[in-house]
Design a protein around this ligand. Structure first.
Ligand code: LLP
Length: 427
């Protein structure tokens, strides 16, 4: 068989007819741990991180992994050990990051709706920065910090009103989104925050959206951010760090986002030209660090030919892989056996799960040459799949394995029935 490398991900390839991740055969992992099964490549995650690290070589920088993309403890541990900080959005994410060995000083807390309890806990843990998003949040955080006898380090999230040209549900930097402070109000908001004794202004941040595949929105957002930094500093408020958020896209279906180092070479040229190249730069990438590093293995339960559509019914479903149902997202689907790859005359099928609704689809109109009992890999499933999974239809959450060379570590057991019913009581 000819060697075949999958688009977007060199750590997943066919070898001797079998799909492998690094040096592990995926069919063996499916046989050992059952399906649906998420499998992640440590080398792929570290390679994605290395592209950012190359981009920031010789610069003062802090990469804060946006852990909402995949918050499994062992995944966090890989990034913590590689020196990453974390971008968190809840008290639960804070505890997970700490449990995985995060340095609290490298944690930044994003999100429009932090509770007082979450603020208190994050202050006690000594996180590096609260990314605040409204005047009301500024006043509450000030009060919470004063009551705790602490000073909360803050950055204000600016809404630069730039169109990231991505799915509307994951656009966040446009007027009309719930995120950030409007560009026009930013200076006044900084002046207000700087006057409050419980807060210390340390930075500025933005995040314009997710799965961004073009450079222009980043360059535009940066210009608008730097205009603001200049205005805020002219008003006597120093900005120590500039945080450009996350959002860089990955290749799901022949998408061609810039690589992290190429993008940052351009952004740094602009930062240098405008005299900000020596600031502490922060970023919050999620998807681009883990998305292509993961696959979800699933077994074909039944083939169901139909008059209008053929269905390939698999044992993974929208509770495991919610992105197609939520965003009409595309994930490539390939067989674990290379001999079962689709041919020109293969029937076209909808790949669907067992959940009882028509929104439960994983791929539409895919040519497939598989039969019941064959296994498939749903690709680019490392980001926003397990972390968004649920127990809908009382389906157990899947198990997860992390591959490192020829070793495969079970990093999360499949839910059992007791896990699913934990905390519930009969009347
Ligand atoms: N920072 C902030 C403040 C964010 O809101 C997000 C993502 C990120 C960083 C990381 O963005 P990334 O680098 O992963 O694009 N569930 C959706 C994606 C939601 C993204 C939400 N915010 C999906 O599956 O496509």
């Amino acid at each position: 068989m000819t060697p075949f490398t999958l688009p977007g991900e060199p750590h997943i390839h066919y070898a001797n007819g079998h799909l492998q991740m690094e040096d592990c055969r995926l069919d063996n992992l499916a046989a050992t741990h059952g399906t649906p099964l998420f499998v992640y490549s440590k080398a792929s995650m570290l390679a994605a991180l290395a592209a950012y690290q190359r981009g920031f070589a010789e610069r003062k920088s802090q990469i804060c992994y946006a852990m909402k993309a995949n918050s499994s403890l062992a995944v966090l541990q890989v990034f913590a050990q590689a020196g990453c900080g974390f971008d968190i959005v809840s008290g639960g994410e804070l505890e997970r990051a700490l449990a995985a060995g995060a340095d609290p000083a490298k944690i930044i807390f994003s999100g429009v709706g932090k509770t007082r309890q979450e603020m208190r806990r994050a202050l006690a843990a000594g996180i590096g920065c609260f990314n605040v998003e409204s005047e009301a949040e500024i006043d509450v955080l000030n009060a919470v910090a004063l009551a705790e006898n602490k000073v909360a380090p803050i950055s204000i999230r600016v809404n630069p009103n730039v169109d990231p040209k991505t799915h509307p549900y994951i656009s966040t930097g446009l007027k009309g989104n719930k995120f950030g402070i409007a560009h026009e109000s930013t200076l006044a908001t900084y002046q207000h925050a700087a006057s409050l004794p419980g807060l210390a202004v340390v930075g500025i941040d933005c995040h314009i959206g997710s799965q961004i595949t073009q450079e222009a929105p980043y360059l535009d957002a940066m210009d608008r951010m730097l205009d603001l930094v200049a205005a805020i500093e002219a008003a006597g408020i120093p900005i120590h760090h500039i945080d450009f958020g996350g959002g860089l896209g990955i290749d799901y279906q022949g998408d061609t986002p810039p690589s992290a180092d190429t993008l940052w070479a351009k952004l740094l040229t602009k930062l240098d030209a405008r005299g900000f190249g020596q600031r502490l730069l922060m970023i919050e990438p999620g998807r681009s660090l883990v998305g292509n590093a993961g696959v979800c293995l699933t077994e074909v339960l039944f083939m169901k030919p139909g008059e209008q559509k053929n269905f390939c019914i698999v044992d993974a479903a929208m509770n495991d892989l919610p992105r197609p149902a939520l965003y009409q997202a595309y994930h490539a689907i390939v067989p674990l056996e290379q001999s079962k790859q689709a041919r020109a005359d293969s029937p076209v099928c909808d790949v669907v799960g067992p959940v009882c609704e028509s929104g439960d689809w994983i791929g539409h109109d895919r040519p497939l040459a598989v039969q019941a009992g064959d296994r498939l890999a749903v690709l680019s499933a490392g980001a926003y799949c397990m972390s968004m999974s649920s127990n809908y239809n009382s389906r157990p959450r899947a198990a997860e394995v992390l591959v490192d060379g020829s070793s495969a570590h079970l990093i999360r057991k499949r839910d059992n029935l007791a896990d699913q019913m934990r905390g519930e009581q009969l009347l």
